[in-house]
Design a protein around this ligand. Structure first.
Ligand code: NAP
Length: 316
C-alpha cells in the first residue's frame, strides 16, 4: 500500500523543524526531509543573541540540536534525502507527489516548503579558483584556521559584522569591505565593530578580485566614488553579501517575487492550495531564527487545517 503522509516538510532548518514540532503535536502523519544535517544556517552561527529566552545567547548548533530533539520527542519522522520535484495534485483529494534524489516518490496531502536560502557569491576573478583555499562563506567553520592572520570580510549586513567580530577571536586584523559609506547591520553590531581594535573599515569600496597562487594572498578593492584601486594583503576572504532563496523546487509551480522568494499570505499559504512556505525562502522583511520559527508554527497549523478539511475531520 502506498505510504501517504498528511504533511511533508521540505527543509530542516529552524522553520522546518518548528513546523515539524507543530504538525507532530497535531498528530498529523508528518515527514521532514533534509538533504544535509538538520539545523540550517543556525548550524553555522557561533552565538545567537536575539532568540528570546537565552539571556547569554545560545550557540547556533546547540539550538538546532535541541529543536531536532524536541521535534523527535513528538514523533516527527526525519529522512536525509533531497527533494527534486513536486508534482501537482490532479484533484484536491489526490496527494502531491514528491520525487527524491533516491528511492520512490513520496505522497503527501500537504507540503511545507522550508528550504531556506544560500549565500551569494561575489562573482569576481579568483573567488571560485580560491574557494576553500582562503575564500570562505562560513566564519564559524573556517575562522579558527586564520589564527594570527589578516582577513577581509566583504559585506555590511548582520552576517558580515557578526562574523567579523567573531573572527577577531583568531585573526590579527579583520578588514570589512562594504560598498556603501554606512553599514546595514544592527546598530549594536556596528558599535561593537567600531569599538574593536582589530577591525578596520574599508567603506565605499567594492571587491573587484581575489588573488593568490596556491591560496589567497590579496584582495583587490576599488573606491566607489573615485575609482581608485588598492590591494589589501589578506590570507582569507569571508564573503557575506546576503542570501538567495532555495526556491528552484517550486519554480513554475507557485508564485515567486522577482528575487525568487516564495509569495505567501499571513497563513503561509502559497498561490497553490496545499503548498505552504516558511522561513528564509519566503518573501518577507526580517529573516531571523525567531521569525523562521514563527513562520514554521503558522505553516504547520495552516497545513493541519487544510488536511483536516480534506478529510472532513476539522473542528468547526
Ligand atoms: P543582508 O542583510 O542582505 O546584507 C548583505 C550585505 O551585503 C549588504 O550590506 C549588501 O550591501 C552587501 N552586498 C550585497 N550584494 C553585494 C555585492 N554583490 N557586492 C558587495 N556587497 C554586496 O545579508 P546578511 O547580512 O547575510 O543577512 C541575511 C539575513 O539574516 C538578514 O535578514 C539579517 O538580518 C539576518 N541575520 C540576522 C542576524 C542576527 O540577528 N543576529 C545575524 C545574521 C543574519 P547593501 O547594504 O548596499 O545592499
Amino acid at each position: 500500500m502506498e505510504n501517504i503522509y498528511d504533511i511533508v516538510i521540505i527543509g530542516g532548518g529552524p522553520s522546518g523543524l518548528t513546523a515539524g514540532i507543530y504538525a507532530s503535536r497535531a498528530r498529523m502523519k508528518t515527514l521532514l526531509i533534509e538533504k544535509m544535517e538538520c539545523g540550517g544556517q543556525a548550524l553555522v552561527c557561533d552565538t545567537i543573541e536575539n532568540f528570546p529566552g537565552f539571556p547569554g545567547g545560545i550557540k547556533g548548533p546547540d539550538l538546532a540540536d535541541w529543536m531536532s530533539k524536541q521535534a523527535g520527542r513528538f514523533g516527527l519522522e526525519i529522512k536525509t534525502v533531497e527533494a527534486k520535484r513536486i508534482i501537482p495534485k490532479e484533484s484536491e483529494k489526490e496527494p502531491f507527489s514528491i520525487e527524491l534524489s533516491e528511492g520512490p516518490a513520496l505522497k503527501a496531502s500537504a507540503v511545507v516548503i522550508a528550504t531556506g536560502a544560500k549565500w551569494n557569491k561575489l562573482k569576481v576573478p579568483g573567488e571560485k579558483e580560491l574557494s576553500g583555499r582562503g575564500v570562505s562563506y562560513c566564519a564559524t567553520c573556517d575562522g579558527p584556521l586564520f589564527k594570527g592572520k589578516d582577513v577581509v570580510v566583504v559585506g555590511g549586513g548582520d552576517t558580515a559584522l557578526e562574523d567579523a567580530i567573531f573572527l577577531t577571536k583568531f585573526a590579527n586584523k579583520v578588514t570589512i569591505v562594504h560598498r556603501r559609506d554606512k553599514l546595514r547591520a544592527a546598530k549594536i553590531l556596528q558599535e561593537r565593530a567600531f569599538a574593536s581594535k582589530k577591525i578596520e573599515m574599508c567603506l565605499g569600496a567594492v571587491c573587484t578580485g581575489i588573488s593568490g597562487k596556491a591560496r589567497v594572498e590579496a584582495v583587490l578593492v576599488k573606491s566607489v566614488k573615485t575609482g581608485e584601486e588598492k590591494t589589501l594583503k589578506a590570507d582569507g576572504v569571508f564573503v557575506m553579501i546576503g542570501l538567495s532563496p532555495n526556491s528552484d523546487i517550486v519554480k513554475g509551480l507557485v508564485d515567486l517575487c522577482p528575487k525568487g522568494y516564495i509569495k505567501t499570505d499571513e497563513e503561509m499559504k502559497t498561490s497553490v492550495d496545499g503548498i505552504f512556505a516558511c522561513g528564509d525562502v519566503r518573501m518577507k522583511m526580517l529573516r531571523q531564527v525567531v521569525t523562521a520559527t514563527g513562520d514554521g508554527a503558522i505553516a504547520a497549523t495552516s497545513a493541519e487545517h487544510y488536511v483536516e478539511r480534506l478529510k472532513g475531520t476539522e473542528y468547526k
